[in-house]
Design a protein around this ligand. Structure first.
Ligand code: SF4
Length: 277
C-alpha cells in the first residue's frame, strides 16, 4: 500500500512506441526544461495551478497499481514520461518499487523517458527498481543545447555516462530541428559522444513536427525524411546503432546497426504468471 502522490498530466493504457512491447504510459506534469520544439508544452508547468482545466491530476501509487492490474495480461511494462518524470522522484521510486514487489505486476518492465537532468544521487535511488532509461540529448554543443532547452547539457551527459556504465541506458534520442542542431559539426559531436559514452546503445533521430507545439515553433521548418536519414547516417558512421521509426508507430532496428532493442539489464519482459492469468 502506498499513498505517495504524483501530479499526472495524462496516461495511455496501451502504447507501442514508448519502449518495447505494449506499454502503459504515465505522463507526469512539470518539466525543468523549456524546449523550443516541445511537442507537449502543457506538461511544462511544474506545479498544480488554479486553472480551468487544471494542469494534471493527483494520483497515488495505489491508483496506478489498480489500473495496471486490470490491464496486466495485455502489458509488457510501464513507461513514465512527462514533462520530466524524474522531477517527481519520490513518486517514481515508490511506484516502480511497488510494481517490483507486487506478485501480479513484478514482471512488468519499468522504463523512464527523461531529459537526463537527474543527478547521481537521484539515479542511485531509482536504479534498483529501474529496467532502463530513454534519454534525450537535444544537442551536442552547450550553446545549441541552451538555445534549444534553456539549459546546459552537462547534467544530461553525466546521466548518459552513469546509466550506460550500469547497463540502464535503453536509447539516446535526438529531436532534429533544421538550422538548430542539424549541422555536420553538431551531429558528429553528438554521435561521437554517444558512441564513446555508451558503446552499443542505440540512437534514435526524431523528426520535428509542428503538431502540438507552441506558436513560436511554427516558424521552424518540419524535419524532412531526407534530413532524418542524413542524421542517422552520421550516427552510424560514428558507430552508434540506429533505431528507425516505421509506419504506424512500430519500430525497427536497422539490421546492420543494432542487434536488438534494449531494455537495460532485463532483456525481455517476464511472462505473466500462469496462476493469475
Ligand atoms: S524536456 Fe521534454 S517535456 Fe520538457 S520542455 Fe523539453 S520536450 Fe518538453
Amino acid at each position: 500500500m502506498s499513498s505517495t502522490r504524483g501530479l499526472v498530466a495524462s496516461s495511455l493504457r496501451s502504447s507501442g512506441v514508448d519502449g518495447p512491447g505494449n506499454r502503459y504510459v504515465l505522463f507526469l506534469q512539470g518539466c525543468n526544461f523549456d524546449c523550443v520544439g516541445c511537442h507537449n508544452p502543457t506538461t511544462i508547468p511544474r506545479y498544480e495551478r488554479q486553472r480551468d482545466p487544471p494542469f494534471g491530476d493527483w494520483r497515488t501509487v495505489d491508483d496506478v497499481l489498480g489500473e495496471l492490474r486490470s490491464l496486466r495480461s495485455f502489458l509488457s511494462g510501464i513507461t513514465v514520461s512527462g514533462g520530466e518524470a524524474t522531477l517527481q522522484l519520490d513518486f517514481l521510486v515508490d511506484l516502480f518499487g511497488a510494481i517490483k514487489a507486487d506478485p501480479v505486476l513484478h514482471g512488468l518492465t519499468t522504463l523512464v523517458d527523461t531529459n537526463g537532468t537527474l543527478d547521481e544521487s537521484g539515479w542511485k535511488r531509482l536504479a534498483p527498481v529501474l529496467d532502463g532509461a530513454m534519454v534525450d540529448l537535444k544537442a551536442w554543443s552547450p550553446d545549441r543545447h541552451y538555445t534549444l532547452t534553456g539549459s546546459t547539457p552537462w547534467a544530461v551527459r553525466e546521466s548518459i555516462l552513469w546509466l550506460a556504465a550500469r547497463d540502464l541506458l535503453t536509447e539516446v534520442r535526438l529531436l532534429l530541428i533544421a538550422g538548430l542542431n542539424d549541422s555536420e559539426e553538431e551531429l558528429s559531436g553528438w554521435a561521437s559522444f554517444v558512441a564513446d559514452a555508451a558503446p552499443g546503445v542505440p540512437g534514435r533521430v526524431l523528426a520535428f513536427r509542428h503538431h502540438g507545439t507552441r506558436q513560436a515553433a511554427r516558424n521552424l521548418a518540419e524535419t524532412s525524411e531526407a534530413a532524418v536519414a542524413r542524421g542517422e547516417s552520421i550516427l552510424v558512421a560514428a558507430g552508434v546503432p540506429v533505431i528507425r521509426e516505421v509506419a504506424m508507430g512500430s519500430r525497427a532496428v536497422s539490421p546492420t546497426e543494432a542487434p536488438a532493442a534494449r531494455v537495460g539489464r532485463r532483456a525481455q519482459p517476464e511472462p505473466f504468471p500462469a496462476s493469475t492469468q
